[in-house]
Design a binder for this molecule. Structure first.
Ligand SMILES: N[C@@H](CCC(=O)N[C@@H](CS)C(=O)NCC(=O)O)C(=O)O
Length: 216
């Protein structure tokens, strides 16, 4: 079992947020290093030596540098299986992973900083168009996820009474939708977000509770 964990992240990044949630749900202590995406620190030679994609997060363990938050979440689940972030039944596991992937593969990438920057700088789109683009994929994705959740055993979490990988990915995207885009959530998604607001691991992982978040 690794003796040390160092997370490199940015307070407002959704992929960092989902990784922090999983670390806290597993009750793991970790060293925290932050880099400022607003000033392009992700492109520094020092950081890209660790994460060649110039994206956060990166998790450093004894002997390995892990990138890509879905891979990091799966690694955490394999190495620290208790408490589990996946249900026991294989079909349910696939359904939970599908909800996580609907966020991680189909919503989040289209609203990422570099994508929106490209729309503005290279495709000549103004701020309103770039924002509408990001919102479009959040709204479409949430509509589909709300339908996927009909197969769930119920709340308060995406898949029953305990948080899973689905919630690790969903809650940061819900936060971005509320905070940045002022979007209204379906009752089921709003209930998941409400559950996260009183759970210690989700509170500890919240963007505004990070050392690099703006104060006051
Ligand atoms: N698939 C990657 C995506 C990582 C990612 O897009 N991170 C964003 C922050 S949420 C980032 O570093 N953006 C920097 C940029 O766009 O330059 C993962 O899940 O780790």
């Amino acid at each position: 079992m690794p003796a040390s964990l160092t997370l490199i992240d940015y307070w407002r990044s959704g992929t960092s947020h989902r990784t922090r949630i999983a670390l806290h749900l597993k009750g793991l202590a970790f060293e925290h290093r932050t880099i400022d995406l607003r000033v392009g620190a992700q492109a520094s030679a020092e950081y890209t030596a660790l994460n060649p994609q110039a994206l956060v997060p990166t998790l450093i363990t004894d002997g390995a540098v892990l990138t890509q938050s879905p891979a990091i979440l799966e690694w955490l689940e394999e190495v620290y299986p208790v408490p589990p972030l996946l249900p026991a039944d294989p079909a349910a596991r696939a359904q939970v992973r599908a909800i996580a992937a609907a966020v991680a593969c189909d919503i989040h990438p289209l609203g990422n900083l570099r994508v929106l920057k490209y729309l503005r700088a290279e495709m000549g789109q103004d701020e309103a168009a770039a924002t509408a683009f990001a919102r479009r994929w959040i709204e479409l994705g949430f509509e589909a996820i709300t339908k996927l959740l009909v197969a769930s055993p119920g709340g308060p979490w995406a898949w029953g009474e305990r948080p899973t990988l689905a919630d690790c990915c969903l809650v940061p995207q819900l936060y971005a939708a509320i905070d940045r885009h002022k979007l209204a959530l379906s009752p089921r998604l709003a209930a998941i977000y409400a559950a996260s607001e009183t759970h210690p691991a989700f509170i500890a992982a919240h963007p505004l509770n990070q050392p690099d978040a703006p104060k006051g």
